[in-house]
Design a protein around this ligand. Structure first.
Ligand SMILES: Nc1nc2c(c(=O)[nH]1)N[C@H]1C(S)=C(S)[C@@H](COP(=O)(O)O)O[C@H]1N2
Ligand SMILES: [Mo]
Length: 192
């Protein structure tokens, strides 16, 4: 079997790309799309679709791991790293340690800023060289592949720095605050 060492504990490998959404698929036309970066309630920067597409583009090939136990190897994405988003907004030093991602449709997820920087995360707009399908979060989703896939918020529209690590949608429904698959941080109460 292919490279067992790449499979986190309790996971199985699938060639499929399952769709998991709490609620309906959201369809946001790109001319209605904007990304906002905030510090708490104050706006730091916004990008229209065309402005966002003009930011530096990064390709990333990576394994992904869902808490429902499927993992998929070597997925291929393109988008804008969070480092480049912060740079474009002249955020040299992140103002807080936490961040909340907000999506069209109301989904949210909380993240440590340290899990998003240094090339570990992006806002992805392409999968396998094609525009990201709405079912997988197109036009744009967060991609944080080293954490369980619920952290990779689909249809993301707003990133807000926060002073506290307040729980997002799944985190307030019994899932772990951080969700590291290598530590099996599935549920609230699993090891830090
Ligand atoms: N906006 C939004 N993002 C979301 C979700 C959701 O319900 N709404 N589900 C999460 C969960 S639980 C998983 S496993 C992945 C699934 O992504 P996929 O459908 O592209 O496989 O999206 C995550 N991002
Ligand atoms: Mo999930």
């Amino acid at each position: 079997m292919a490279d067992r060492a790449r499979l986190p504990p309790g996971q199985f490998l699938t060639p499929e790309f399952p769709v998991l959404t709490a609620g309906p698929t959201i369809h946001t036309p790109v001319d209605h799309w904007k990304l906002a970066l905030q510090n708490g309630g104050s706006l730091i920067a916004t990008w229209t679709w065309d402005q966002f597409e003009a930011l530096p583009q990064t390709e990333l090939q990576t394994d992904i791991h869902c808490v429902t136990k499927w993992s998929k190897f070597d997925t291929r994405w393109r988008g804008v790293t969070i480092d480049d988003i912060f740079r474009a907004a002249a955020v040299e030093v992140p103002p807080t340690s936490y961040l909340m991602a907000y999506c069209d449709g109301g989904y949210t997820t909380n993240l440590l800023v340290s899990d998003l920087i240094k090339g570990r995360a992006m806002i992805a707009t392409r999968f396998d060289d094609l525009p990201l399908l709405p079912s997988h979060g197109g036009p744009a989703r967060l991609l944080v592949p080293h954490l369980y896939f619920w952290k990779s918020a689909k249809w993301v529209r707003r990133l807000a720095f926060r002073n506290e690590d307040d729980p997002g949608f799944w985190e307030s429904r019994g899932y772990h605050r951080r969700g590291d698959p290598w530590r099996e941080q599935r549920y609230d109460g699993d090891p830090e």
